[in-house]
Ligand binder design. Structure first.
Ligand code: PAF
Length: 279
């Protein structure tokens, strides 16, 4: 695997590859890679000639400096995993390579930015769009692969791609779960043994709601889900929403796509998860 730390070097390497007509699949990550990330790479490999993964813990998307500081950084292990799955290129820049001092960014992505995650992590999606815009411009991929676990992120980046006419195909990949149902996440590393058990209430509640789902009874279902989660020790619910899959407002019987989304703190670790109820 080729490893690059500068924008110039990675662009220079990719340029003749693209000129020769080969397709480039891109998997942007913040590292601490797990099977979920590897499944994105494997999917990208099925549809592209060359695969590039980026590992960059992007400071501009963290509204809490403590969260940024404790975000897991495991680059040696990440490199080993990427080599095991035959990823072709790793782009692993430092913060100074990606940002100039006092750089400003604001993209008007509409109200979706302020709902759900946006309410609990103000500014988060400005940071996400800022870095993904930069990464797309450096890598110029044909297709980019993101996990469904960050459903709102996928919607917002897709909106940016449409608004700015970026020639990138956005691909959403299924959530990877541990055998007991917990959604894989780089943050799971921080869960204590007890937290790990309590965290299961999230996927169990999503499964329960999926089994009972009826689009005419959304507020009762949301209430039931919130009660189940609030009853779990060590778990503090941020939101449980049954949302229209496009607008992320509470779904209505007319919604064509419906998704249940949850976010909660389990111990000190904030986790998110979701499941499609209608697609
Ligand atoms: O999903 C992530 O890991 C990050 O938000 C992303 C898309 C790599 C941007 O930093």
């Amino acid at each position: 695997m080729k490893i690059f730390t500068t924008k110039a070097a990675v662009s220079q390497y990719l340029s003749p590859i693209k000129a020769s007509g080969k397709t480039v699949g891109f998997v942007p990550t913040m590292g601490a890679l797990h099977q979920g990330h590897l499944s994105l790479i494997e999917l990208a490999q099925q549809h592209n000639d060359v695969i590039i993964c980026s590992v960059f813990v992007n400071p501009s998307q963290f509204n809490d400096p403590k969260d940024l500081e404790k975000y897991p950084r495991t680059i040696e292990a990440d490199i080993k995993l990427l080599e095991q799955v035959n990823c072709d290129i790793l782009f692993n820049p430092g913060v100074n390579e990606m940002y100039d001092d006092n750089e400003q960014w604001h993209l008007n992505i509409g109200e979706t930015e302020h709902l759900l995650e946006g309410e609990f992590r103000p500014g988060h999606y400005q940071g996400v769009t800022q870095v993904v815009y930069k990464l797309f411009n450096i890598v110029k991929p044909d297709a980019a692969y993101f996990g469904q676990k960050d459903y709102q992120q996928f919607l917002i980046i897709s909106k940016m791609v449409d608004m700015l006419n970026m020639p990138v195909k956005m691909v959403m990949c299924p959530i990877k779960r541990e055998t007991d149902g917990l959604a894989m996440s780089s943050r799971n590393i921080h869960l204590s043994v007890d937290d790990r058990l309590h965290a299961l209430v999230l996927s169990k509640t999503l499964d329960f709601i999926k089994d009972k789902f009826d689009s005419h009874d959304i507020s009762a279902l949301k209430e039931e889900a919130a009660q189940l989660i609030n009853a779990e020790p060590g778990v503090e619910l941020d939101y449980f929403e049954i949302a229209d899959g496009e607008t992320l407002h509470t779904a209505t019987p007319d919604s064509e796509k419906i998704v249940a989304l949850v976010a909660a703190k389990v111990g000190k670790t904030r986790l998110i998860d979701n499941v499609m109820l209608k697609s």
